[in-house]
Design a binder for this molecule. Structure first.
Ligand SMILES: [Zn+2]
Length: 165
């Protein structure tokens, strides 16, 4: 985009969304708002208005190229939902970790996994995943690994429904 095109897009985005950062929701003067690609251009995102939002410097920097960052103010965003599907064949635990890191939480999620029942032959494990001491998901499985994966799936499923992290 040329500087002139950028200015033009920015004007139209301000008219649509106001002087707000799409991630943190705070108000900024025009010169502190940058154009943000929901689908990063490095991953094929276009310069169309639908793919652009306004973001403050610090949110724009902390996002990087992550696909899992989503606007706080947009409950259902088709671009972001598509992105989650694209990544769905990846390991749930790393996906969940990437998601929370994209939202500015650098501490990895903590899994508490215990044997909760079953028999010696067929044990049942329950895993709870915490982020900053808050419970995000619960999963059960025949092994610790499976229970943790299910807990991550559970956490991701909840996050897909709610834009608020
Ligand atoms: Zn911001």
């Amino acid at each position: 985009m040329t500087p002139k095109q950028k200015r033009n897009k920015k004007k139209r985005l301000i008219a649509k969304y106001g002087y707000h950062c799409c991630w943190c929701g705070n108000r900024f003067p025009s010169e502190e708002l940058t154009l943000e690609h929901l689908q990063p251009s490095s991953r094929g995102g276009s310069n169309s208005l639908e793919n652009l939002r306004l973001a403050c410097f610090s949110c724009n920097n902390s996002r990087g190229n992550s696909l899992f960052f989503r606007p706080l103010r947009e409950q259902s965003n088709s671009v972001v939902q598509e992105n989650i599907v694209v990544g769905s064949n990846r390991d749930s635990k790393s996906k969940f970790q990437e998601f929370i890191q994209a939202n500015g939480v650098m501490r990895p999620p903590k899994y508490l996994t215990q044997k909760t029942g079953g028999t010696d032959h067929q044990p049942e494990f329950t895993s709870k995943v915490y982020v900053k001491d808050r419970l995000y998901g619960v999963g059960k499985g025949g092994s610790k690994k499976e229970a943790e994966k299910k807990a991550a799936d559970n956490a991701l499923a909840k996050l897909e429904k709610s834009a608020f992290f």
